[in-house]
Design a binder for this molecule. Structure first.
Ligand SMILES: O=P(O)(O)OC[C@H]1O[C@H](OP(=O)(O)OP(=O)(O)O)[C@H](O)[C@@H]1O
Ligand SMILES: O=c1cc[nH]c(=O)[nH]1
Ligand SMILES: [Mg+2]
Length: 209
């Protein structure tokens, strides 16, 4: 079973509170998503293996550690996942980015696929799926399945806000995936929205409602 890690660093908790606030406007919302994503990337990369190298300091030759050639791919689920990309790229600047477009049918809550574009070497990369919201888990599960069908190795899912229902759904469908969240909320309401949540992440990021 993959891990569930709630990234509850005080800075993340502080920023999540402002993210939830309905008075937070689009510009600040976008900045907060970006900042929280960077802070979460720090946690999500903690298991990256290191190798030893030599470095010449102004004083002596010393031994140092560097990341052992990790090839990473970031897979945002459109639209809202796009808001997380730049924040993660700040720490992983050589990661490649692939896009999976899904929207959730408002009636059935089922994900509908409308776009897939992946880097050519995606199957050789360690993939991190990005989506701010994990509600029923339908969208995350669909994105992970799309990647697996193409021979890829998604290993991590990074979300800002998750409902227990979504975490359970991903753990059941894809037990090898490690899930990183900034907050684990109470439940889903009758419309499939996370409570307390933050509303519709895509609409708040792009000012579409
Ligand atoms: O876990 P689920 O029940 O599948 O819900 C979560 C999905 O819903 C939202 O996307 P939405 O359908 O609103 O699309 P958008 O990002 O274009 O707004 C969100 O960004 C997730 O992708
Ligand atoms: O609360 C929710 C649930 C799904 N998608 C969102 O953007 N918010
Ligand atoms: Mg949306």
């Amino acid at each position: 079973m993959g891990r569930l890690q709630v990234c509850d660093h005080p800075l993340i908790q502080h920023k999540v509170t402002f993210l939830r606030d309905k008075k937070t406007e689009t510009k600040q919302f976008r900045e907060l998503v970006d900042e929280i994503s960077t802070l979460m990337a720090y946690e999500a990369t903690r298991d990256f293996p290191l190798t030893t190298t030599k470095v010449q300091t102004p004083v002596v030759e010393a031994e140092g550690k560097i990341i052992a050639g990790r090839m990473v791919g970031l897979i945002p689920i459109l639209r809202a996942g796009l808001g997380m990309v730049d924040g993660v790229l700040k720490l992983l600047p050589s990661a490649r980015v692939g896009h999976i477009g899904l929207y959730r049918d408002e009636e059935t809550l089922q994900p509908v696929e409308y776009y897939v574009s992946l880097p050519t070497d995606v199957a050789e990369r360690e993939l991190i799926v990005l989506d701010p919201m994990l509600a029923t888990g339908g969208s995350a599960n669909a994105a992970i399945s799309i990647l697996k069908q193409r021979g890829c190795k998604p290993t991590k899912l990074m979300c800002l806000i998750a409902a227990p229902e979504g975490v359970k759904a991903v753990q059941e469908a894809h037990p090898e995936i490690d899930i990183f969240v900034a907050a684990l909320d109470s439940h889903l309401n009758e419309h499939g929205y996370i409570v307390p949540g933050l509303g519709d992440a895509g609409d708040r990021l792009y000012g579409t409602k």
